[in-house]
Write a protein that binds this ligand. Sequence first.
Ligand SMILES: [Zn+2]
Length: 160
Amino acid sequence: MGNLLRSKTFSVVEVLTSVDIVYDRKWSKLDKLGAFINTNALIMWREKGIGCIVCGITGAFFAKERTPGYGSIYNNWHLNLYAVDHDGEEILMTQDHVVARGNGGEDHVRNLQPMCYPHNQKKADKDMTVFLDKIKVKKKQKKQKQKPTDQDEKVLPRSE
Ligand SMILES: [Zn+2]
């Protein structure tokens, strides 16, 4: 993502079983790994798992990263969770607010769910049920479009 500097990577288990020390309202520190982590995200991943609630893609590793420069917590080493898709691309895993903050949703783990960055972008401020319905409609339309005729069936390539 962007121009983040990366120091090293850790296994999911290594991070989720690390002792965390509350640093401030938003961040915790994992002293042993020398990095900060978003407290809500850590609790969410521990309690609700590391798979995107929409597509199921699952976090594969944590990267210890920081933005260049000074003045923000993001300039300190902190941990981001990444999944890896079929093309080998890294996908950032994020926390989604079930009820968007803009709609009064609280910034608490009971209102959070794990979601990949692309789906979080698509969902934006939409209500979860509205968002899932939209995705379902899209999938249905795709299916109907791709529905093969009897003649096509024999030459259809197998999906991987
Ligand atoms: Zn997803």
